[in-house]
Design a protein around this ligand. Structure first.
Ligand code: ZN
Length: 220
């Protein structure tokens, strides 16, 4: 089973990707995680990508394509791909790769939330710069305000989590995803999941669908 998962900032797609990975034993490939790893390594490429994120812009396709496709080459099939493709050029690169290797995507799933919900969820996020623990001022506050429960470091707000940057990211997401959603709709594999509500509520909307696809795949 191969899955594409999409969603605006704060949709919970990473959380649900991990649940899906755990349940079906798939490989989780997140373009966002790969980009952040590159940035924390402080490479030339990482510094370039950091700049785009800080101003709320998308990283150039050629950079993202080479990052993701080289990762896909290591695990052929049974993957969940998070946050990719996000532009027409990325769709082309992915389609070429899939065609060359005889791989099919079973479902292109979008977990959708409103702009207001996106801004509320993301701008309340605080991260520990020391150990990477993630908090939310409303949904997951630390025991001592502003301090990490795990290591005691002072929590920070990531520059791309500021409300004005989130709003820009959301609008870019909607604008860029429109033709991509149209493409996957035409292929008959697009599914939109309502991402509002708690994690378990959303999960109960996702799981029956994937159970169905999974059973179809394993039935001879
Ligand atoms: Zn910490």
């Amino acid at each position: 089973m191969n899955i594409l998962i999409f969603g605006p900032p704060g949709s919970g797609k990473s959380t649900h990707s991990r649940k899906i990975t755990g349940l079906y034993g798939m490989t989780y490939i997140s373009s966002g995680d790969m980009i952040r790893a590159e940035i924390s390594r402080g490479s030339g490429l990482g510094r370039e990508m950091k700049h785009y994120l800080a101003v709320g812009e998308l990283i150039p396709d050629v950079v993202v394509n080479s990052l993701v496709i080289s990762r896909l080459r290591r695990d052929r099939g049974n993957f969940i791909l998070d946050g990719y493709p996000r532009t027409a050029e990325q769709v082309l690169a992915l389609e070429n790769y899939l065609y060359d290797h005889g791989i099919n995507i079973n479902v292109a799933m979008e977990i959708f939330i409103s702009k207001e919900e996106s801004i509320e969820r993301i701008s309340g996020r605080r991260v520990c710069p020391n150990c990477g623990e993630v908090y939310h001022v409303r949904y997951r506050p630390p025991k001592v305000p502003g301090k990490c429960d795990v290591c005691g470091a002072r929590l920070i707000q990531r520059s791309d989590d500021r409300p004005d940057v989130v709003e820009k990211r959301y609008e870019l997401y909607v604008k860029n995803m429109k033709p991509i959603i149209k493409f996957y709709k035409k292929q008959g594999i697009y599914v939109r999941i309502d991402g509002h509500g708690g994690i378990n509520e959303v999960w109960e909307r996702i799981r029956p669908l994937l159970d169905y696809i999974h059973s179809q795949e394993t039935t001879p």
